[in-house]
Design a protein around this ligand. Structure first.
Ligand code: SAM
Length: 460
């Protein structure tokens, strides 16, 4: 089933006996794992096996239809392959997570590692989460918006466009675009795109991005590099190349032997026959060189610092403990960033081509405030707003943007929740419920056995 050159590569790397174990792992059930959002969910199912290297990660006994679980749409957990969660253990060993940090996730969509990063960082830290491909950028924003942490700004640029930010970051994550060998078990179609030439193409592109990422670090800053591949070109040889060419020092990490993670000469490898997860490679470097800060160009961008005279009444929508910097778009949309990371934002944002704060608040239409979906899903939405609990079937109707009825809902805006996880906004007008779930986010999948799978849309 594998391409012949891949078999030769893996036999060379593992030896023929261990290669048999690797091969046998492809006949085993594929582990299903999720990572909890600890700000939204007290615990996931208690009896499930935990992921050894991430206290928020658990394995599910089988694969549910995630799309039909409203808690997923509320950002209560993220479906993430277990080996990728090793990033958490690497952060714990390399970074002072209690400190305020300037962090860049250079290749972030769909957002798995960014959601992990922001959960691990202090609330005073600022995460710039970047994705170069426009369609993937929208998915990244949706996932981070649902995850709900406000200290995130998203950017949609190529890694080379970060050059004006040299010397700025405490931590840069490069989860590099790669040949995807580690996902062959989960996604056998990935094999069709694999070839030795494609591996070389990926390795060269990774070196280019590594060379662009390295100067962005402060002296002593940490670069974490990971791929979901096994081959040395994209992993060990790129680490060695970075050590020789980029003033980066690879760091030695330690993991308990029972985790099954293989220390290789230049990094750490997860194999599916050794860990309960897929193929993954990770390494961390420290930046030795001082790259001087560059003078920021005059602030530009779509969002501007908001005029607080236009924002009275916002306090009733936000947690009273949340101090924020208000931002405003040319169309009057309002957004917020925590005050705690304002100075980082001021240092970085003038040198970004285009940035989007993750926490959009809404828009004033005359005296009325129309709240944005991300506000409902944010961890800083006011806890005392009217909030209607939905049962599973109504929650799914809501998430399909279907029409539904509720009794005893006060006039005006309310949050709706499923099992205390906020899902979004409704507006009740004389007993009629208007569903304000964004149409781009709506569930399109039919409920199994549902008599009428086509959702009826309610007005926007
Ligand atoms: N970190 C993501 C996560 O955990 O959900 C997965 C990232 S995926 C392995 C690699 C990403 O790199 C892709 O989304 C791809 O579009 C992006 N990419 C490709 N070329 C890039 C470049 N030159 N600079 C930055 N990102 C790039």
């Amino acid at each position: 089933m594998f391409p012949t050159a891949f078999v030769a590569q893996m036999q060379g790397q593992l030896g023929t006996t261990e290669y048999e174990d690797f091969l046998n792992a492809f006949a085993l059930p594929i582990p299903v794992s999720v990572r909890r959002n600890s700000l939204k969910l007290k615990n996931l199912e208690e009896n499930y096996d935990g992921v050894k290297w991430n206290k928020e990660g658990v394995y599910l006994p089988d694969r549910p239809i995630f799309t039909l679980d409203p808690r997923l749409h509320g950002g209560a957990y993220y479906v993430q392959e277990a080996s990728s969660m090793l990033l958490w253990a690497v952060l714990e060993q390399t970074v002072d997570l209690a400190a305020p940090l300037k962090v860049l996730d250079l290749a972030a969509a769909p957002g798995g590692k960014s959601t992990l990063l922001v959960a691990a960082l202090s609330a005073e830290s600022l995460l710039i989460s970047n994705e170069v491909i426009k369609t993937r950028y929208q998915i990244l924003r949706e996932n981070l918006g649902k995850w709900g942490y406000p200290n995130v700004v998203c950017t949609n640029q190529d890694s080379r466009e970060f050059a004006p930010l040299q010397g700025q970051f405490d931590l840069v994550l490069l989860d590099a675009p790669c040949s995807g060998e580690g996902l062959f078990r989960k996604d056998p179609t990935a094999m069709k795109e694999w070839s030795p030439e494609h591996v070389q193409f990926c390795a060269a592109r990774q070196r280019r991005i590594l060379a662009e990422a390295s100067p962005l670090l402060k002296p002593g800053g940490i670069l974490i590099y990971c791929t979901c591949t096994y081959n040395d070109f994209e992993n060990a040889l790129n680490v060695e190349w970075s050590q020789d060419n980029l003033d980066l020092v690879p760091l030695s990490l330690t993991f308990p032997s029972e985790w099954g993670i293989q220390a290789r000469e230049f990094g750490y490898q997860c194999y599916p026959h050794r860990v309960k997860g897929e193929g993954f490679f990770i390494t961390a470097f420290r930046q030795e060189k001082k790259h001087p800060l560059l003078k920021a160009s005059p602030a530009k961008g779509f969002w501007k610092i908001g005029n607080r005279k236009n924002t009275p009444g916002l306090e009733t929508w936000l947690d009273p403990g949340f101090s924020y910097l208000a931002l405003e778009s040319p169309h009057g949309e309002l957004a917020a960033l925590p005050k705690a990371c304002e100075s980082f934002f001021m240092e970085l944002s003038p040198s970004l081509r285009r940035w989007d704060p993750i926490l959009e608040l809404g828009t004033f239409k005359h005296q009325d405030f129309i709240p944005a979906p991300t506000l409902a899903l944010s961890t800083v939405v006011h806890p005392k707003l009217p909030n209607q609990s939905l049962d599973l079937s109504t929650a799914l109707k809501y998430l399909r943007k279907d029409v539904f009825e509720l009794t005893d809902v006060p006039n005006g805006w309310s949050l709706v929740n499923f099992e205390n996880i906020n899902l979004g906004w409704i507006k009740s007008i004389k007993g009629r419920i208007n569903n304000y779930y964004p149409k781009e986010w709506r569930i399109r999948m039919a409920t199994p056995n549902a008599p009428n799978p086509e959702p009826k849309s309610s007005p926007d």
